[in-house]
Design a protein around this ligand. Structure first.
Ligand code: HEC
Length: 108
């Protein structure tokens, strides 16, 4: 796992996934605001506990109303997106303990 991989995942996520899932991953993307069925938030307990493989598989095979991205997103990029989603999930459940000690003061 490298920062470069997560950044690649973020870039690909912005292109392919945010139209429906939104930058935050809460499922309120632009396409949804125009009538596409809403996806679940990534920040539910079920999806926070899902293995990283699940995100890879959904991108590969599609899921319910969501179509497959297998022809647009290559396998390495599916893993990069899955790694970024995991980081996004953590970011929405961060505590002060996740912040570097010398920067906590600014938040308290
Ligand atoms: C055109 C809209 C759209 C786009 C673009 C989209 N999704 Fe989805 N996604 C959905 C919808 C709708 C669902 C819910 C499908 C259902 O439950 O029938 C969903 C569900 C999911 C789920 C949850 C599956 C579960 O277990 O409930 C994951 C994970 C996911 N998408 C990942 C992605 C990733 C990664 C991308 C980008 C590569 C992406 N989606 C792009 C619409 C979209």
């Amino acid at each position: 796992m490298t920062l470069a991989l997560i950044e690649r995942g973020q870039e690909r996520f912005r292109i392919y996934c945010t139209p429906c899932h939104s930058e935050l991953g809460d499922g309120h993307g632009m396409v949804v605001q125009r009538g596409f069925p809403p996806p679940p938030s990534y920040h539910t307990d079920r999806l926070r506990e899902a293995p990283v493989q699940h995100f890879y598989d959904v991108t590969t095979n599609g899921y319910g109303a969501m179509y497959s991205f297998a022809d647009r997103v290559q396998p390495e990029d599916r893993w990069a997106i899955a790694a970024f989603i995991r980081a996004l999930q953590r970011s929405q459940h961060a505590t002060l303990a996740d912040v570097a000690a010398d920067q906590r003061g600014a938040l308290q």
